[in-house]
Ligand binder design. Structure first.
Ligand SMILES: *Cc1c(COP(=O)(O)O)cnc(C)c1O
Length: 431
C-alpha cells in the first residue's frame, strides 16, 4: 500500500519510505491510500483470537508490501509482550489500561513498533539513521526504550531542563548505548523548534539521515489501533453499544481508534477529552479551528495547542463537519475538575487513575449523561506513579513503585546540556 501526503504536493510513497521520511517533503502528514474493512467474521469471532493475531490481521494491509508476514509476526511479538486489560470501575464505566509496558506509558507500543520497523528497513545499510525527537515527558522515555540497542539507528532526545518529572528524566537519560539525551535550557516549545529547524537545515540533511519519532510518523500512529480492538474483544460480551473516551493531546491515539472503526469495529461514538488546551473542543462547538500556544497543566502530555494529527481525523471524515460530529464529541476540563475526578474515582471504587485518565473519565461521564445506555471505556494512558506528586497529594495515599520504575530510580543520569540550536547542530554533525 502507498501513502500520500495530506498536502497533496508530494509523491506517493511506500510504507517503508513513509516511515523513514516521517513527514512528506511538502510538510504534509502521510495517510494510507485506502482502508479496507476486515470481514464480519473477524469481529464475530474476535474472542477466539490472540492479541498477536488481532494485531497482525489489523495492520497487515498497511505494511505488507514492505514487511514480509513472518517478519511482521516477529515484530508484533516483540512489541506486544504485555497486557491491555479492561477494568470495570462502575456500572457501564471501564478503563482500558495501556500502561503495562516498559515505560508505563501507552506510547510504548507505537515507539517499539516504529523502532522494529526502522531497524528492519535499515539492515545492511551503510549509513546510520538518526532519530531526532523532542519530548515534554513521556515520548522521550518510550522512544528511548523502544530504540535501545536497535542497530543502524541512533536516537537523540531533546528535553526541557527542569520541566520533566524525575522519573521521566531518568527514563530518558540513563540508558546509554545508542541513546543520547540533550538537556535544553528552555521550554518544550524551544525543543520542538530546534527539531523542526534541524529537519529544514540542508547542511545537516546532506550529512545525516534524520527522521522523527513523533506520532506524525505512520509507524508510531497506526499500531495504536490495536488498543481499541483489544478493548472491543474484552467488552463485546456486554452486548451494549461501546463508546471510547480518549484523553487527547496530539490526537494520534484517537485517530487510530477511528481507523479501527473503519476496519469495521462496532463503536457508537468517540469522545476526545482534553485539559484546558481546548482547540478541538472549541472547533467541535463552532466549526472554526484556531490553534493557540499551549497552557501547562497537570496532565502535561496533553498540553498541545495545535494538535498535529487532527488533520488526519478531518481527512478521515472528508472534512464533513456533520458526519464528524455524529462520530466525535470533544470536551475540555480544568485541573481542578481533574483532581476532583481523581479523588471521586478513588473514593467510589478504590481505583487510582492518573491525571490523563481522569480527564478521559470526565469526558466519558459527560457524554453518558445523555447516553446512559452505552458501555463507556476511557483510556488510561499512563501509570499514576508517573505523576506521583499530584496523584499522592490528591488522594492522600502513597503509591507503590512498580518494578519498571524501580529499575531506573537508582541509575545515573547522563545528559549533554545545550543552550542553542547551533549547539544541537554541532553535536549532530560531530556524532
Ligand atoms: C501522549 C499522551 C497522551 C496524548 O496522546 P495523543 O495521541 O497525542 O492524543 C495522553 N496521555 C499520555 C499519558 C500521553 O503520554
Amino acid at each position: 500500500m502507498n501513502f500520500y501526503s495530506l498536502n497533496h504536493k508530494a509523491p506517493k510513497v511506500s510504507f517503508k519510505d513513509a516511515v523513514i521520511k516521517g513527514i512528506a517533503p511538502d510538510k504534509g502528514l502521510y495517510f494510507p491510500e485506502s482502508i479496507s474493512a476486515l470481514p464480519h467474521s473477524f469481529f464475530e469471532k474476535i474472542e477466539a483470537l490472540s492479541d498477536h493475531e488481532i494485531a497482525f490481521r489489523a495492520i497487515h494491509q498497511f505494511v505488507a508490501d514492505d514487511v514480509p508476514d513472518e517478519k511482521l509476526k516477529e515484530i508484533i511479538a516483540n512489541v506486544l509482550d504485555f497486557d491491555f486489560p479492561v477494568v470495570e470501575i462502575e456500572d457501564n464505566v471501564a478503563t482500558l489500561e495501556l500502561f503495562h509496558g516498559p515505560t508505563m506509558a501507552f506510547k510504548d507500543v507505537g515507539a517499539r513498533f516504529m523502532a522494529n520497523c526502522l531497524g528492519y528497513f535499515s539492515r545492511g545499510e551503510k549509513s546510520e539513521i538518526t532519530v531526532l525527537v523532542a519530548t515534554s515527558g513521556d515520548t522521550g522515555g518510550a522512544v528511548a526504550n523502544g530504540f535501545l540497542g536497535v542497530e543502524g539507528v541512533k536516537v537523540v532526545i531533546l528535553y526541557p531542563s527542569g520541566k520533566v518529572s524525575d522519573i521521566q528524566e531518568r527514563q530518558l537519560t540513563t540508558l546509554g548505548e545508542n541513546i543520547t539525551a540533550l538537556e535544553v535550557d528552555g521550554t518544550f516549545d524551544d525543543c520542538q523548534k530546534m527539531v523542526k529547524t534541524a529537519f529544514l537545515d540542508e547542511a545537516l540533511s546532506k550529512n545525516r539521515r534524520l527522521t522523527s519519532a513523533n506520532s506524525i510518523n505512520v509507524a508510531r500512529w497506526l499500531p495504536q489501533l490495536f488498543y481499541f480492538l483489544f478493548a472491543y474483544k474484552q467488552a463485546k460480551s456486554k452486548q451494549q453499544e461501546i463508546i471510547f473516551s480518549v484523553p487527547s493531546g496530539n490526537f494520534g491515539n484517537i485517530c487510530a481508534g477511528m481507523v479501527a472503526q473503519r476496519l469495521g469495529m462496532p463503536v457508537k461514538h468517540f469522545v476526545a477529552s482534553t485539559n484546558v488546551n481546548d482547540t478541538v473542543p472549541a472547533f467541535m462547538q463552532t466549526g472554526n479551528y484556531h490553534p493557540k500556544p499551549s497552557t501547562p497543566t497537570i496532565s502535561n502530555a496533553m498540553d498541545v495547542g495545535d494538535p498535529s494529527n487532527f488533520i488526519r481525523i478531518r481527512h478521515l471524515f472528508k472534512d464533513d463537519f456533520k458526519t464528524l460530529s455524529e462520530n466525535l464529541s470533544s470536551y475540555t476540563f480544568s485541573d481542578d475538575e481533574t483532581q476532583e475526578a481523581l479523588l471521586k474515582i478513588y473514593k467510589n471504587s478504590g481505583y487510582v487513575a492518573d491525571p490523563h485518565g481522569a480527564v478521559g473519565y470526565l469526558g466519558l461521564k459527560k457524554y453518558q449523561q445523555n447516553h446512559p445506555e452505552t458501555y463507556g471505556i476511557f483510556l488510561e494512558t499512563a501509570h499514576p506513579v508517573k505523576f506521583l506528586d499530584v496523584v499522592e497529594e490528591t488522594i492522600g495515599q502513597s503509591l507503590e513503585m512498580p518494578p519498571q520504575i524501580q529499575k531506573v530510580l537508582g541509575k545515573e543520569k547522563k545528559s549533554i546540556a545545550v543552550k542553542s540550536y547551533e549547539e544541537v547542530k554541532s553535536y549532530l554533525l560531530k556524532s
